[in-house]
Design a protein around this ligand. Structure first.
Ligand SMILES: [Zn+2]
Length: 110
């Protein structure tokens, strides 16, 4: 969408927010989601920016790290939700179910 690009370019005063340098005719310019869509960023103007291709690559690397971190904390959140469902307490440094009976079939069938 060249219109979108032109508008963003104007909004950024012709500069790449990543490295702070102006875009030149020979630069490859790419659209970037400031907040990656993978972690809830929207496809709208205020979440878009233009970056040099090499700057975009750098940012993507960082974004992926952020996405992985987020996935990791999502995993921990799920894990703690799992533990909250059960009555359990630490016995001899082992989390031990109390109250809720764990059937043997649940354990063997994974
Ligand atoms: Zn740049």
């Amino acid at each position: 969408m060249p219109n979108r690009k032109a508008k963003l370019l104007k909004q950024q005063k012709g500069k790449c927010p990543w490295c702070g340098l102006s875009f030149h005719d020979w630069d490859v310019i790419e659209e970037d989601h400031i907040i990656p869509r993978a972690i809830g960023g929207k496809d709208e103007y205020k979440n878009l920016q233009l970056l040099h291709r090499h700057c975009h690559d750098e940012k993507t690397t960082l974004d992926l790290k952020e996405i992985r971190k987020k996935d990791h904390s999502k995993f921990l959140e799920k894990l703690s939700q799992f533990w909250n469902k059960f009555d359990w307490e630490w016995i001899n440094d082992i989390p031990t179910f109390i109250g809720q009976k764990v059937r043997e079939s649940d354990l063997t069938n994974g």
